[in-house]
Design a protein around this ligand. Sequence first.
Ligand code: UT7
Length: 333
Amino acid sequence: MNKITAAITCVNGYVPEHKLTNQDLEKMVDTNDEWIMSRTGIKERRIQNTPGLATSDMAVEAVNGLLKKRGITANDIDLIIFSTVTGDMIFPSTACVLADKIGAKNAFGFDLSAACSGFLFGLETGAKFIESGKYKKVLVVGGDKMSSIIDYTDRNTCIIFGDGLGCVLLEPNEDGYGIVDSILKIDGSGRQFLFQKAGGSLNPPTHQTIDAREHYVYQDGKTVFKFAVTNMAQVSADIMERNHLTADDVAWLVPHQANLRIIDATAERMGVGRDKVMINIDHFGNTTNGTLPLCLWEWETKLKKGDNIILAAFGGGFTWGAIYIKWAYNTPA
Ligand code: UT7
């Protein structure tokens, strides 16, 4: 029997309707469209502003669409890995909430926390379950309702993030398609540069933590930028080298969408032109765990069986990495 690899066999995504544009932000904080565009490449983001809706509700939309597309039911899913930093609650896991909402009775599942690298870590984890031979259908979900933890009086962070979510189905492949290689890293010494100060066991919520606005994202942007630009480019170059891939061999770079300047630096280091780079930051902003699957969703019809695809990300923690995929299917017309 040939070696089993984990192939992505279906992709779907969901973004809320409501758009938050740079012009809207100009009315909320001291910023302007020119600054945001030139420093980040973001024009607008989506916001889930319907009261009572959470991250799991975006997942229900995306996953139900995926099941329909693939022609399977929720009961066919063996495992749900939900990569997010904005789960519906601290516990139970949003994987549990999602399983209940879509009616997945035969799955186990869990949430995975790796900030903006969460989808990569989720893919790698899901792939190992498939490669074991025991699991046949693994759902990897990545997404965030970032608007639930963003301070819309802080111009350093509110211009960057948006809400959105994507998901992929992993299935066994015996012809060498799917996830070929990965390099994933964490360095917790970077944890003070991008984090949520309160709400966890270190600083449980109090009136004081709320008054100090400590339940929102804090980011030392300049420091994160430096680490992100260096590490995302390096790990992408490393995975190409390890797999003897030249820039010509790479069909697509799927980069985390934190800042267009970081994306460009990564592509440049790989020697890959802009025409091979998936970019959705202009219209979705940084959706944290959602950026990579949302790119795959938007570009799915352009992907061809056998395409060499490099996914790369960097996020809070610090966490970062790259995954090399040999795309497994042509999208039916
Ligand atoms: O996704 C997870 C990983 N996250 C990242 O990779 C994000 C990495 N960081 C970044 O993308 C960038 O650092 C930011 C986009 C967050 C900020 O861009 P920057 O070029 O690093 O700007 P800065 O923070 O160094 O600020 C430059 C200037 C400052 O003014 P002074 O001190 O030079 O007078 C800021 O006060 O721009 C000012 N500024 C703004 N001006 C207008 C900061 N934010 C804004 C704003 N509008 N929204």
